[in-house]
Design a protein around this ligand. Structure first.
Ligand code: C2E
Ligand code: CA
Ligand code: CA
Length: 423
């Protein structure tokens, strides 16, 4: 009895994670290919929180009973709280199990007079003869599950050799990011933003760059999502804020038209209770007026922690910090978000400017009109040509940002190019 407790999961009675690891170790030694599948439930916490822990337990037990009884020739393990691993002897068995599993998952599970329909993601990895690294197999499976769960729909993702390559690269990138955090060696560059009405470079956007490294082409579009997923973005953003505030402090003693710099915030920043206090402390530390710092947020953020973010925006606004709504036109919650940030600045994504579709042009024009009627200024991103600049003037857009006005540059280059003299 005691022995059984060591290798089974007390709730469901199936084999536990240690046993799963043990099985992998055993399989390391032979070269027969086999397949693994992880079923990961989405939003399971909702059931525990809104019904009862007991209802959650019953649901897990029911799912397990199905896996054990109905799937042929497989071994089932509790992979984590709401995840089950299914080890199949070959790819064909895996395919059959998968078909049966998704057919069942489309139906509901009845628990305590409720019918639950559970969202899920499934990750699959076919283990080949050459692939016998246990950690790599687990990471590959977890990566496939994560990708499968990312979309709104129920999805399956098979881990390919390319994905394993990507995982290795991600690890090297993360190591580099951790080193940059330790050494405070990130580089912040500033892209000048031109105010059409004032005919001057009044704003800049702080954009993150890495110091020299040996990982080839590696821009923020690749490393920022990784930093977000791995909890590094908060510390990185504080470092960006400090560097930006230092630059703003130096600007105070110069004759410049630059009035403010905006810093990009990721959604995960708002999970911190003391975010507001920390920002105000940094501003105070560098002795700059709060209105010189602006914060860029995206509309997708509000779909998560709506009330917390609104409270934060209101508090920061009272201190004089303005908010820019970034990448407008690429998400779904746009109109709702507009009512929240009304009074500040709207940044229209470059995709709208790139399109020569007549309808898109009308939307563009109306968005600018609407923003103006809500006392918002409009920045258009991605202005690369004189024609686009003229179009912006015609559409009454206030501010242009793009390679035409200038690419992002280091603080010292910005100083040399745009700041005429020291006071
Ligand atoms: P974003 O916030 O939309 O930043 C604007 C991006 O457009 C920048 O790319 C900029 O270099 C690029 N861009 C500017 N003008 C033009 C143009 O005329 N044409 C084209 N094709 N592109 C232009 P970058 O620096 O590679 O940054 C990419 C994204 O990475 C940013 O998009 C932002 O979402 C994120 N990011 C960058 N720095 C930070 C940061 O410090 N924190 C966070 N959370 N995200 C950042
Ligand atoms: Ca931005
Ligand atoms: Ca943008």
């Amino acid at each position: 009895m005691q022995n059984k407790q060591l290798f089974t999961d007390p709730l469901t009675g199936i084999l536990n994670r240690q046993e799963f690891n043990r099985l992998l170790e055993i399989r390391m030694k032979d070269t027969d290919p086999y397949s693994m599948m992880v079923l990961s439930l989405k939003g399971f916490r909702f059931i525990n929180d809104h019904f009862s822990q007991k209802a959650g337990d019953v649901l897990l037990t029911r799912i397990c009973a199905f896996l054990e009884k109905e799937l042929p020739a497989v071994r089932i393990f509790r992979f984590s709280g709401d995840e089950f691993a299914i080890v199949c002897k070959d790819a064909e068995t895996c395919r059959q199990c998968h078909t049966q599993l998704i057919a069942r998952m489309q139906q509901s599970w009845s628990v305590e007079n409720f019918d639950f329909r559970i969202q899920y993601g499934i990750g699959i990895l076919h283990v080949e003869a050459h692939n016998r690294d246990k950690d790599e197999i687990i990471k590959g499976l977890e990566y496939a599950v994560m990708l499968a769960k990312r979309s709104e729909e129920n999805r399956t993702c098979v881990c390919t050799a390319d994905m394993i390559e990507r995982l290795h690269r991600n690890e090297r990138v993360l190591e580099l990011l951790r080193q940059c955090i330790r050494e405070d060696s990130f580089i912040v560059v500033y892209q000048p933003i031109y105010d059409v009405k004032e005919q001057a470079y009044t704003k800049a956007e702080a954009l993150l760059r890495l110091p020299p490294h040996n990982l080839g082409q590696l821009g923020p579009d690749e490393f920022i999502p990784l930093a977000e997923e791995n909890g590094l973005i908060t510390e990185i953003t504080y470092q960006v804020l400090r560097k930006t505030c230092l630059f703003l402090q130096q600007l105070q003693h110069t004759a410049t038209t630059l009035k403010s710099i905006s810093v990009n915030f990721s959604a995960v920043m708002f999970l911190q209770q003391d975010l507001g206090n920390n920002i105000l402390k940094i501003i105070e530390e560098y002795k700059i007026p709060a209105h010189m710092l602006q914060i860029e947020i995206t509309e997708s953020m509000l779909s998560r922690d709506y009330h917390m973010i609104i409270a934060f925006i209101q508090r920061m606004r009272k201190q004089g910090i303005e908010f820019l709504l970034d990448d407008f036109g690429t998400g779904y919650a746009s109109l709702n978000m507009l009512s929240v940030v009304s009074g500040d600045i709207l940044k229209i994504d470059k995709s709208l400017l790139e399109s020569d579709n007549r309808r898109t042009r009308v939307i563009f024009e109306k968005v600018i009109e609407m923003a103006h009627s809500m006392d918002m200024k409009v920045v258009c991103e991605g202005v690369e040509t004189q024609e686009q600049r003229k179009l912006l003037c015609m559409l009454n857009c206030d501010i242009g940002q793009g390679f035409l006005a200038g690419k992002a540059m280091k603080a010292e280059d910005y100083g040399k190019r745009y700041i005429k003299r020291r006071l």
